[in-house]
Design a protein. Structure first.
Length: 116
């Protein structure tokens, strides 16, 4: 058995796209799948940018706001997941703090998820 951590303290500060968050990478597979954990502090933001590949954001703690290609923000909270298609513009922000798992892959299948 091996024990790993994805705490904020082992992550990397990300500032690209005018962002302000810490990303703790979790896994990369041969099938070009990236799994990471992002830690947004109070007033944190993952800046507005296009998804390079399909992306799934799973909120594990806190709450925040997300948007796609419109200016309309939707509130999201712990236990909810957001999916963006490849090429889709998107942004995530929080007033109070948010922790989320991010899965990025050309082969994402969201058929098992329950819609809100």
């Amino acid at each position: 058995m091996q024990i790993y951590q994805f705490k904020k303290e082992v992550g990397k500060k990300i500032t690209k796209f005018d962002s302000n968050f810490v990303m703790s990478r979790i896994m990369k597979t041969e099938k070009v799948t990236h799994i990471g954990c992002i830690h947004l502090e109070k007033d944190g933001v993952v800046g507005y940018h296009q998804a390079v590949v399909p992306q799934l954001l799973l909120i594990v703690e806190g709450e925040g706001w997300v948007r796609g290609e419109t200016d309309d923000y939707i509130n999201v909270q712990r236990g909810e997941a957001v999916f963006w298609n490849q090429g889709e513009w998107h942004e995530t922000k929080t007033d109070t703090g948010l922790t989320a798992i991010v899965i990025e892959s050309e082969e994402l299948d969201t058929s098992s998820l329950v819609s809100i």
